[in-house]
Design a protein around this ligand. Sequence first.
Ligand code: FAD
Length: 321
Amino acid sequence: MTATGISACNDRPAFSFEVYPPKSVAAASALTRTIDHLAAAGPEFISVTYGANGSSRTSSLDVLRYIKDHTTADAMAHLTCVGSSHAEASRLIREFLDAGIRSFLAIRGDAPQGAAEGDTTFLGDLHSAGELVQLIHRVQAERVPYIETVIPGLPAARGLKTERSRVRIGVAAFPNGHPNSRSVAQDIDTLLAKQAAGANLAITQLFFHADDYLSFIQKARSAGVLFPILPGIMPVTSPNRLRRILQLSGEKLPAALSIALEVEPTEEGQRQIGIDYAVRLGQDVLAGGAPGLHLYAFNQHETVLSVLEGCGALPVPATMP
Ligand code: FAD
């Protein structure tokens, strides 16, 4: 793995997962089993979402600690700008760094439901993901101002290295535009601003057509965005889930997937339709040059692992002679 991003293994595409903090004790113990399965597949990282207003601070950190202490996967913490003063946000970042977290997804967060358009009072002192990226770098730099090194031949002496241990800071990208964005150009400008702030990776919002991602990448690269942009792939395995996702993300209805899910009578059949759709999407973006796949796991492992298997990202199990 590189400090900034993603590396493929044995010609297999790299991949990563997103999970969310559990909402009950039963869900917490189910999630640890899910994480064990996800981690065993060899992801670059497993990211853990962060609830609005810091509502999931403790449970997010518990999940991140579990990933860090019980698996070999890198634990990536989502953090948002919502509701924090500079001092509170700095304290929070320090708490995550003290827990050993070195990978972050810095996002702005959304306004609470019912907030008036343009109302930014929900945000606190930080107003954009770019400002949060800068703050994470600043807190990390203040925390680790230098590294002591042993000087060869002088075991008692110590040298000072100014090179600091790097943190990986990802940001969100929106192939079909952020719902508040006025134009594709604004989305690309926002991404450039996040790069200038020190982000070294992006993960996209879900999308349903490979061209949405590939043409966005082309525009981002022409504008000077250099870091890897991981496609966020969400296998959608029921008509209800599709409706809910479209509501939350503002993405346009994918007609073919929607019809296929609606006409299929069985749950198992719908699940297979969702997997097959995500496999085709994954294969197409990889063929177009995507640096890996980021799977929204919905705290379940079977579906996303089937998608990765279909995309040739998992090792082929050894066959008996
Ligand atoms: P920003 O990059 O700050 O941009 C938001 C809007 O402001 C855009 O329209 C942008 O164009 C505009 N903008 C940004 N900077 C400027 C500027 N300097 N001047 C003018 N306009 C500007 N939400 C959560 O609450 N918790 C999570 O864990 C979470 N995880 C996510 C993971 C991924 C992969 C993605 C794609 C989204 C996630 N979100 C999460 C949702 C996210 O918080 C919302 O989409 C939010 O509305 C935007 O976040 P952002 O980081 O893209 O914001």
